[in-house]
Design a binder for this molecule. Sequence first.
Ligand code: ADP
Ligand code: MG
Length: 332
Amino acid sequence: MGEFELIKRYFTRQARNTALGIGDDCALLQPATGTQLAISCDMLVEGRHFLSTVDPFKLGHKALAVNLSDLAACGAKPLAFTLALALPRADEAWLAPFSQGLFALADAHGCELIGGDTTQGPLNICITVFGEVPVVNGRSQALLRSGAQAGDDLYVSGTLGDARLALEVFRGSVSVPTALFEAARLRMEQPTPRVALGLALRSIATAAIDVSDGLLGDLGHILQQSGVGATVNADTAATLVAARACQTKTDGRLTTAISPAQWRDWALAGGDDYELLFTAPVSKRQAVAMVALASQTPVTRIGQIDLERGLRLVDDQGQAVPNIYTSFDHFA
Ligand code: ADP
Ligand code: MG
């Protein structure tokens, strides 16, 4: 199977929403009148972002999911994406499930593959997504990192730390019961981009980011770009590790030796969560609860934005918790 046969067989489908899809030198996109294009690009490298043994269907899902998560963080509606793929060989047993996983998620979000590039080389998947954000009275409705205001509530969607737990099991640094591992592994391999929530937050949130490098590290970007500080309840964050709930299911007894501090660390700095971290005025609490319900995405208030710069961690008793956390950095 040659390059063009490969593209045709696994990645070319009938163009739907776009003006021109795969097959020419450029694809053509037609954003709706009164909208801006939101664009984001994420690369997944074997050995760095995923293990070589990962199920290709799940990898197809994740490669697009991490990109859709960026659109969600900006409140952008997914439109289309391109796929640049370096493959060691044209392996049909890999390509078929990879493209199925990719298109299953793409179809769920009405996001169309409109082009890409295919070369031979070490496995590397680079997706660029295009989304749409309305412009109202000359103002973009995109959610940015820079809009947090002192006094705002700080929220995070879904669960935290489970992907990190799964990674640590793969690394052999912890051992947990199978049910707990499987739940965590699903979060690591098939994260859920919070697209519906992101769209609904456009008129509610003051700032947003998706959590990819760890909660506190990504919060740091909001704080820096908004010129504010924050107080985060570390105990509340620790309750958001979903695997913790599985843990107690075996007749109420703890089935792992994972310490409370360990859960907390994974929640605050685990990484690979792809949840939305956002701020909203206190007056919008009910609106936040309603969009969480409507988008079927749990949302938890974990702290608040302060005028005083810097990040303060507290526990349930209001006592200071030392901030020892660093976020993931490829070159650190
Ligand atoms: P060019 O040489 O003009 O850059 P290519 O020969 O690389 O174009 O690709 C031919 C067509 O196939 C283009 O429309 C390109 O966007 C598309 N394409 C190439 N690789 C992929 C891929 N992995 N997924 C989707 N479309 C692809
Ligand atoms: Mg060309």
